[in-house]
Design a protein around this ligand. Structure first.
Ligand code: DP6
Length: 339
């Protein structure tokens, strides 16, 4: 709790990461953080970020700055500054009498941060929900999504449960289907390493945009993949959706490998899982892998195949942390105004 400031309001929010089936990679507008590619994603019920926010009134004349702690560690101010600028614009408009305030946020996740498990998605979604609740604002999901996007574009999708889409150039994500749309749909999250990545997805995206000769082809192709995937998802057809999921992540990485210097998030263990999935498909299982900006691999399959896939994974790999997820719900939030 603050010692020197009067507390205006507090809130706590939990949110889940948004795992892309069709990937966002590259920005159309850096200042506004607008994506260059459309993405289609599922919210994961088995991974959670919890964020506590306190909004305080600074003592007159005192210079203060917003602070965000992740697992107790104070984060770089510049990573959060655009988000808090956006939040202040909103409060100026919707709570004009609020006056000066400062935000302190404390966040922790039950999975590794910045390691390719979409912690920025659940993190900025929870932060958006907690900040608005702590000042007594109840926003429609699309406005919360627009706020979360300023922090991280994938976070715009985490504002919704179930299946979501974020279109190229769009300021907010929209819901495609709720979390009960496809009850048999499962996501197996395989955690190979806990260490944070040494190149942020933000820097990596920018390098790809600036000097990968395949960047434009990636953008053009993702539009096609997106529309086909929405159709396959609508038909709950994993045999049609799976190859599109695979095209999307491999084509995203192809643009990264072609950058100069190349961007390589894969580890030997990642490739071993990719080849495992290939063998499983040869044996008749519909299981489809994806990866993000880190070495972890996530598999999409149906409920009935989970026991066999899990047993084979345990038999073939050591030290693999296996989580079985379903499509998750939207963030939860509780807020209290003190004054
Ligand atoms: C590979 O949303 O983390 O996970 O908007 O710069 O914060 P910023 O990027 P971020 O990128 C996610 C990239 C991805 C694919 C995806 O989730 O669509």
């Amino acid at each position: 709790m603050s010692e020197n400031f009067g507390v205006f309001g507090t809130a706590v929010s939990t949110a889940h990461p948004s795992l892309a089936l069709i990937k966002y990679w590259g920005k159309q507008n850096i200042a506004l953080n607008l994506p260059a590619t459309p993405s289609l994603a599922v919210t994961l019920d088995c991974l959670t970020t919890e964020t506590h926010v306190e909004i305080s009134r600074p003592v007159d004349g005192e210079e203060v700055s917003d602070r965000v702690f992740l697992d107790g560690i104070l984060q770089r101010e510049d990573r959060f500054a655009p988000f808090f600028t956006g939040f202040r614009k909103l409060t100026d408009k919707m709570k004009p009498g609020m006056g000066r305030f400062v935000v302190t946020a404390r966040s922790s996740s039950d999975f590794p941060t910045a390691a390719g498990l979409a912690s920025s998605a659940s993190g900025f979604a929870a932060l958006s929900c907690a900040c608005t609740a702590a000042v007594g604002l109840e926003l429609p999901a699309e406005e919360l999504s627009a706020m979360a996007l300023i922090g991280s574009a994938s976070a715009a999708r985490s504002i919704y449960g179930g299946f979501t889409r974020l279109d190229a150039g769009s300021k907010a994500a929209v819901s495609v289907y709720g979390e009960n749309w496809w009850p048999e749909f499962r996501i197996i999250v395989l955690e190979l390493e806990k260490e944070p990545k040494n190149l942020s997805s933000r820097e990596a995206m920018e390098r790809t945009r600036l000097n990968s000769p395949y960047y434009q082809a990636w953008i053009d192709d993702s539009r096609v993949l997106m529309e086909r995937s929405v159709d396959a998802l609508g038909g709950r057809n994993l045999d049609a959706l799976g190859p599109l999921i695979r095209n999307s992540y491999l084509r995203m990485f192809a643009t990264m490998f072609a950058a100069d210097p190349p961007i390589i998030y894969w580890k030997p263990g990642s490739l071993a899982i990719i080849q495992f999935c290939d063998r499983m498909r040869s044996d008749g299982f519909s299981v489809w892998e994806t990866m993000d900006a880190g070495p972890q691999v996530k598999l999409f399959c149906l409920q009935n195949d989970v026991p066999a896939i899990r047993n084979r994974l345990i038999g073939e790999f050591n030290n693999l942390n296996i989580r079985i997820c379903r499509p998750g719900g939207p963030p939860s939030v509780r807020g209290r105004i003190e004054t």
